[in-house]
Design a protein around this ligand. Structure first.
Ligand code: SF4
Length: 363
């Protein structure tokens, strides 16, 4: 590792200007913090966090929709972290009228967890297989499906097997392109996501015009990825390189990728921090509409006041997701907002920048 760090230092000195490298995978966010990699960087190499945490990028409207479904008596299952993301619903609007206001949160905000405490049927699952098992007892169950190309094939499999899903699944490449197009932050290179790439392969990253290295998750992987990016920058190249060859094949996993499009079609996707990104979302195809919660429970969803979802909050997750702010720039970070009392999703998820900074970084 010392050798790689030395090479990074030499390259950074030769480049001689500030360089922003963005990691766009929640597991990289954790790896960078856990291994103290930020502290090892030369002064002119800045590591920023992008939109790689699936829980964090799920739009407030979708959180509010699923919480409202649970409050309306529909059984809901999803992955653990998502249960604690605050919605915009107030306790008095739903069944759990005794939900107490939590310190620092504006009003009586209700998460799926809060709803469960007060009688709603909400299940935490580790996999879609668990959700499929729950179907036997709870035939109306809705699975809140989230994540990128890595998790979507399993959701597609579950839909084929009769599970009703509220889809917030997303495609990752459009978000990277959106970041570049918005241009709020000069991004000199992407530490590109290892997990997503196992499914989509290398080609979809081509043509963005910035250096990219698909990188693994050990300290050495991340450092080598950074070295490869700096080498491209120094040599004036903007290529897609693959450091994570032990897991990522050039062609990805075509069978898993195909499964996604058996069931889903590309639509515009709603992202926290971005709003709608064209052709970045995955909606369930009409032929599976019996398993589409947005169709099945349209009558309930039509009554949700989504204007509330768009009300401003003190949470800076949106800017953090776009790499414009760090958790320490948020006025409530560590004061009110803590893992045990999260104000926003970036503090809920183990992959969220605020949660990771809270656990690993001295502020
Ligand atoms: S610390 Fe993070 S999650 Fe908490 S309010 Fe601030 S930006 Fe949002």
């Amino acid at each position: 590792m010392k050798k790689v760090i030395k090479k990074i230092e030499e390259l950074a000195e030769k480049i001689g200007r500030d360089v922003n490298l963005m990691e766009v995978c929640g597991t990289h966010t954790q790896a960078v913090a856990r291994h103290g990699i930020r502290a090892l960087m030369p002064k002119n190499v800045h590591l920023t966090t992008g939109p790689g945490c699936p829980v964090c990028v799920t739009a407030q409207e979708d959180i509010d929709a699923i919480v409202n479904l649970s409050l309306a008596g529909i059984p809901v299952a999803t992955y653990g972290d998502m249960l604690r993301v605050p919605s915009s619903a107030k306790a008095t609007e739903g069944r759990p009228s005794s939900t107490k206001a939590k310190e620092g949160r504006p009003g009586h905000i209700v998460s799926l967890d809060d709803a469960r405490e007060h009688g709603a049927k909400v299940f935490s699952v580790y996999s879609v297989e668990e959700a499929l098992k729950l179907l036997k007892e709870w035939p109306d169950l809705v699975f809140f499906g989230l994540g990128f190309e890595t998790t979507t094939p399993m959701t597609a499999y579950a839909i084929k097997n009769g599970l009703t899903v509220y889809s917030t699944h997303k495609l990752f490449i459009p978000a990277m392109k959106a970041l570049l197009k918005i241009g709020e932050l000069k991004i000199d290179g992407f530490i590109s996501p290892g997990h997503v790439s196992t499914i989509i392969g290398v080609a979809p990253y081509e043509g963005m015009g910035v250096p990219q290295v698909i990188t693994g998750f050990s300290a050495e992987d991340v450092l080598v990825g950074i070295y490869m990016l700096l080498k491209q920058i120094k040599e004036g190249r903007a290529e897609v390189e693959n450091e994570y060859t032990r897991s990522v094949r050039k062609e990805g996993n075509p069978a898993a990728y195909k499964t996604i499009f058996d069931v889903f079609e590309i639509a515009d996707g709603n992202w926290r921090g971005f709003g709608v990104i064209l052709k970045s979302g995955l909606e369930i195809k009409k032929k599976f509409s019996k398993c589409d919660a947005k169709v099945k429970y349209k009558n309930i969803l039509d009554k949700v006041d989504f204007a509330k979802s768009r009300r401003p909050t003190p949470c800076k997750c949106g800017e953090i997701i776009r790499g414009l702010k760090e958790p320490k720039n948020c006025p409530v970070f560590k004061k009110v907002c803590k893992p045990e009392n999260p104000v926003g999703p970036c503090m809920v998820s183990q992959e969220g920048a605020c949660n990771v900074a809270y656990r690993y970084e001295k502020q």
